[in-house]
Design a protein around this ligand. Sequence first.
Ligand SMILES: [Zn+2]
Length: 254
Amino acid sequence: MNEQLKYLIQLQALENKKKALLKEKEEVPKKKASKEKEFNEFEAQYIMKKAELDNLRKLHRELEQQVSQLEQKLRRSREKEREVKTNKEYRALLREQEDLKHEIVEREDRILECMEKIETLSKEVRQLEKDVDKKRSELKSELERLDREFSEIDGKVELLEEMQIRVKEKLEPQYKKRCEFLMVRQGGVAVAPVEKGICKVCHVSLPPQQFIELQKDKSIMNCPHCHRFIYWPGHSEYVEAADEIVQKITVNAG
Ligand SMILES: [Zn+2]
């Protein structure tokens, strides 16, 4: 195993982990917004049902007021019976009383209907109220968990960067310089595995002779096409070294 190549691979592994964490961090506000939206939609259902219930209660009160006004009118009409002088007037009074009685019955039917609806809806609203409270506290802890995740990522990224500095210190200046240059110029990927003779980053085949040389692991080589440092994962010690260094961060920060 070439120690310098190992450090380059480790540096890349740390960079990949950092990128993955930063992507995760980017997702956190989106996750929070979607949780909030979900809750708001549920709460809107409750608010609508509650408004419906309030309207029914108002209607119920109005109908009862109307009934008591109609009953008052009916009493007055009955009191007038003593004052009437003609049959015609008397019949008119009776007709008026019939009409009033009909109106009262009609309102009382509606009151009953209203009361049934209020009973059913009250149960629904009470249940929804409980569900909303439960969901609200679930949302609160979920948001807190996401906030914690968000700040933990910062801590992990810091550790990764410290580790990168330490690995870079072990690199010979020419490799360090080249690696930094590639990181900037090649989208944060300076090291590429080559499998079955193909660079796994730019997907171009190496000349067969070069792939054979790479497998011999004698010197540090670059992809002839994308110029990244290359290694052969068949040398498992490189893969293990990369896993090991990333593991260290996860364990430390976890
Ligand atoms: Zn390449």
